[in-house]
Every structure is written in C-alpha cells, then in structure tokens.
Design a protein around this ligand. Structure first.
Ligand SMILES: C[S@@+](CC[C@H](N)C(=O)[O-])C[C@H]1O[C@@H](n2cnc3c(N)ncnc32)[C@H](O)[C@@H]1O
Length: 279
C-alpha cells in the first residue's frame, strides 16, 4: 500500500501545528481526488486519474455533470441566502477546495454566514485551511468526520452553528458514497431532526435512470478500483431522502435545470438536484 506521510505529494500543504501531517493511501482511488480530476484539478494521484478515465470512457458526459453539480451548489446557496434568509450551512462531503466553495458564495452575499465543512478524506483535511478563509463577520470550521457519525458531526458543528436557528444541510454529491446497508435515509433524517423548522436540505445525487446503460457500466468500473463503492440511485430513491420536507420549486430535477437561467431542456445529465424546506 502506498502511503504518503510526509510532503512527497507536492500538492499537500506543509503541515503546521494546527494542521499536522496526514496519512494518504495513494495506491487506491478516492472519490474526492477522482472528482478533482474531472473538474480539471491537480490534487490527484495516478490511481485516481485511472479511475476517472475509466468513467470518462464509458460516460464522457460525467465531465459536464460534475461542472453542473458545482454550479447547482452555487445557485442553491445563493437562493438560500437571498430568498430564504439562511445564514448557516452544514456542508457534508465538501470535496477538495475549488472555485466558489459554499462559504465564498454565501459570504459574498451575506458576510455573516457561518459554514461548517465535513469530509472524511485526509487529502481534504490537508487542504482545510483553504476552506477556513472566512469573512471576519462570519465563521467557517472544518470537521474531519464521516457522514455516518451524525452524532459526532452535530456535536462538533454546534461549536460554530446555532442549532436553534435555521441551518441548510448540504449533501451535495456525497449520499451516493453511502451504500443502502448504511441507511443513508436514516442519516439524512438524523441531521434534519437536529435542525429547527425553516431549515433546508440540499441534495445532489448521481442518477441510475438517465443514460442508464452508460451509468451502469461506469459505476461497475469505478467500484472495481475505488476504496469505497458508489451507489447511483433513481429519481424515486433520491426523492425519498426528502420525505417529510417540502421541496421548493422546481422540485427534484436534473440539477443543471434547477433554477438555471436559461434552463437547458436539451442536454440530459445523470445527476439530480433538489432543495427542500423543513416546515
Ligand atoms: C464527489 S465529492 C463532492 C464534493 C462537493 N460536495 C461538490 O459537490 O463539489 C464527494 C466528497 O464526499 C466525501 N465523502 C465521501 N463519503 C463520505 C463520508 N462517508 N463522510 C464524509 N465525507 C464523505 C469525499 O471525500 C468527497 O470529498
């Protein structure tokens, strides 16, 4: 197993007292680095690039899909701040820092926005400082934690977020990393149970019922080489994560069409996005 415990990976930031060295298994593909490659980033290893290329060869549209996911995230945060008055975000499955991270979009419109980032990949941890460049009027925090440990996430996030006020729970491109056997719907429910009425849930989730044959091949190939398997889901399965909440317009749709101006009716992307309010 290839382990990086020092700065042999040129893109890892130098460790500091607050951010010590991280252990990274470079020999197996990880979703954060695969995704980074698809987005045109440089924070990935050969195993990640090979996995990413395997998917591109069976589903080239993945490149448009991941870009559309970032744009959906930006539009969702913008609408939550400007239309719903949300000032607090719990962003689980943050990914490697890229353009327009959640706090940047939120604080651009409302500098007092507070954001807690959560990810379980040590490479994201190593880059956490880039996620912490908060506007002084607001706050950001980073938790090295797993979505399956909702109690830990909620306890730690309470140091930065006020759970008596509305919070937007962001699960953008992460629930497909949780297999059915780990009860993703139960995890979503536990997070939403912890936030008050007026809070929101944002989900982006790759589809298995759009471009189904290509997606099936891509997912099988990915799961043969990845450290953790992915589970693509149907519209009905993704919609069920919003049970008990009120989906805001336009509902759960291919995410490049979610409040896009102009909405592109011709392109099909196997990626759903939706935003819902807790009544
Ligand atoms: C596809 S990336 C999405 C990044 C970002 N949300 C976006 O849309 O651009 C998925 C991220 O979720 C993280 N992740 C996967 N499984 C996780 C888990 N069980 N707990 C926490 N983070 C997880 C990965 O490390 C990765 O950074």
């Amino acid at each position: 197993m290839a382990m990086v415990t020092d700065q042999r990976a040129w893109f890892l930031p130098a460790p500091t007292e607050e951010q010590p060295k991280v252990d990274v298994d470079t020999g197996v593909a990880h979703i954060a680095r695969v995704y980074n490659f698809w987005l045109g980033g440089k924070d990935n290893f050969a195993a990640d690039r090979e996995a990413a290329e395997l998917v591109i060869s069976s589903y080239p549209t993945v490149l448009a899909s991941v870009r559309a996911q970032r744009e959906f995230l930006g539009r969702a945060v913008q609408s939550l701040v400007t239309e719903a008055g949300i000032r607090q975000f719990l962003d689980v499955g943050t990914g490697l820092p890229t353009a327009s991270n959640t706090h940047e979009v939120a604080q651009l419109m409302s500098p007092d926005s507070r954001v807690v980032y959560v990810d379980n990949d040590p490479i994201v941890l190593a880059h956490a400082r880039a996620l912490l460049a908060s506007d002084p009027q607001g706050a950001t925090a980073y938790l090295d934690a797993d979505l399956r440990n909702t109690d830990e996430i909620l306890a730690q996030a309470a140091n930065t977020l006020d759970f008596s006020q509305p919070v937007a729970v962001m699960l953008v491109g992460v629930l497909h990393c949780v297999p059915d056997s780990d009860d993703p719907a139960g995890l979503v429910k536990r997070l939403l149970d912890a936030v008050p009425p007026g809070s929101y849930l944002v989900i982006a989730h790759p589809a298995n019922d759009i471009h189904a044959a290509q997606i099936g091949t891509a997912a099988n190939r990915l799961n043969q080489v990845m450290a953790n398997p992915v589970t693509m889901r149907s519209h009905a399965e993704v919609a069920s994560f919003f049970d008990g909440l009120d989906l805001v317009e336009p509902g759960l749709v291919q995410l490049h069409r979610w409040r896009a101006d102009p909405a592109d009716p011709d392109t099909e992307l196997a990626n759903y996005g939706g935003v819902a309010r807790k009544a």
